[in-house]
Write a protein that binds this ligand. Structure first.
Ligand SMILES: Nc1ncnc2c1ncn2[C@@H]1O[C@H](COP(=O)(O)OP(=O)(O)O)[C@@H](O)[C@H]1O
Ligand SMILES: [Mg+2]
Length: 249
C-alpha cells in the first residue's frame, strides 16, 4: 500500500500541478534519456507525501540517482510560462565555463539534470552564523558570493534574481557557496549581480542590519562604494565594496 502511495506522489511531482497521463509518460521517457535511475525523496518540503529539494515558480527540484551519481533534477511545472529549459541550460552552460552555478549534466525540453548542492539556503546559513557570532566564516563565504557575482558581471551574465537571494545561493557543507537558478538570467541586460546581492546582504533585507553589525560595516559607505562600482565596473571599484563591507581590510 505504501508503495502505491509513493508512486502516485512521484507522478504528481513529475507533472505538477496538473498531473496528466500523457505528460507523465513523456516525462518518464525524458528522465530515462537523461540517465536517471531513481527519484529519491529528500528535502525540506513535500508535494503530497513526497519530499522534494525545492519548489519555484517554474519548477520542482528533486534528488535523483543517475549515471552521473547523485544529481538534482529540475522539472518544469505544467503551469510554467516558459516553453522549455533550453534558455536556462544555455546560460547555465556559459556560467559553468567560468566556474559558476551547479554543473549541468544534461537536459531535455522539460528537465534539467545538474550537480546536487548539498547544503543550506543562504538565508538560513546566514541566520545561523550570525547567531553563533562567526564573523570570520561569514566574511569568507560572503567574499566568495561577491567574487562569483563579480565574475558574472564581467562575463555579461545578469542572474536577475539575486535580490532577494535567499533561495538562489546555497552554502554547501564543505563551506563553498553556489549561485543557482539561471532561469531568469540574461546576457542582454545590464549586469547587476554584485549590486543586487549587496542590496540583499547588506542593505535591504531582514538579515542585512545584523550582517553589517557583525562585520562592523557601515551602510552609508557601502552605498557609496556600490554607486562607484555601478559607474565603473573594475577590480578596483569591486575591492572598494569588499573593503567597505569589511570583508577585506
Ligand atoms: N542543484 C540543486 N541542488 C540542490 N537544491 C537545488 C538545486 N537546484 C535547485 N534547488 C532547490 O530548489 C529550489 C527551486 O529551484 P529553482 O532553480 O530556484 O526553481 P525555479 O526556477 O522554479 O525558481 C531552490 O531554491 C533550491 O532550494
Ligand atoms: Mg528560483
Amino acid at each position: 500500500m505504501k508503495n502505491t502511495t509513493s508512486l502516485l506522489s512521484v507522478r504528481k511531482v513529475l507533472s505538477y500541478p496538473h498531473p496528466r497521463d500523457e505528460e507523465i509518460e513523456r516525462r518518464v521517457k525524458e528522465i530515462t534519456q537523461l540517465g536517471v535511475f531513481y527519484i529519491v525523496p529528500a528535502g525540506d518540503i513535500s508535494i503530497g507525501n513526497f519530499q522534494i529539494l525545492g519548489k519555484g515558480c517554474t519548477s520542482i527540484v528533486v534528488l535523483t540517482v543517475s549515471k552521473y551519481g547523485k544529481a538534482a533534477l529540475k522539472i518544469q511545472r505544467t503551469d510554467s510560462n516558459r516553453e522549455s529549459c533550453d534558455h536556462e541550460a544555455k546560460i547555465l552552460k556559459t556560467a559553468n565555463k567560468i566556474g559558476i552555478g551547479p554543473r549541468l549534466f544534461s537536459h531535455t525540453d522539460n528537465l534539467l539534470l545538474m550537480e546536487f548542492l548539498d547544503g543550506k539556503k543562504i538565508s538560513k546559513w546566514l541566520s545561523e552564523k550570525i547567531l553563533e557570532g562567526r564573523q570570520k566564516v561569514l566574511a569568507r563565504v560572503l567574499r566568495q558570493v561577491l567574487e562569483d557575482c563579480y565574475k558574472l558581471d564581467l562575463a555579461g551574465i545578469d542572474h536577475g534574481q539575486l535580490n532577494p537571494a535567499k533561495k538562489h545561493i546555497i552554502v554547501k557543507d564543505n563551506g563553498y557557496s553556489t549561485i543557482l537558478d539561471f532561469e531568469s538570467a540574461s546576457t542582454n541586460r545590464r549586469v547587476a549581480n554584485v549590486t543586487s546581492v549587496s542590496q540583499y546582504l547588506f542593505l535591504g533585507s531582514e538579515i542585512a542590519e545584523k550582517t553589517c553589525t557583525i562585520l562592523g560595516s557601515n551602510r552609508d559607505i557601502i552605498i557609496d562604494s556600490l554607486k562607484e562600482y555601478k559607474r565603473n565596473i573594475s577590480r578596483e571599484s569591486f575591492e572598494g565594496i569588499l573593503r567597505n563591507c569589511r570583508i577585506i581590510h
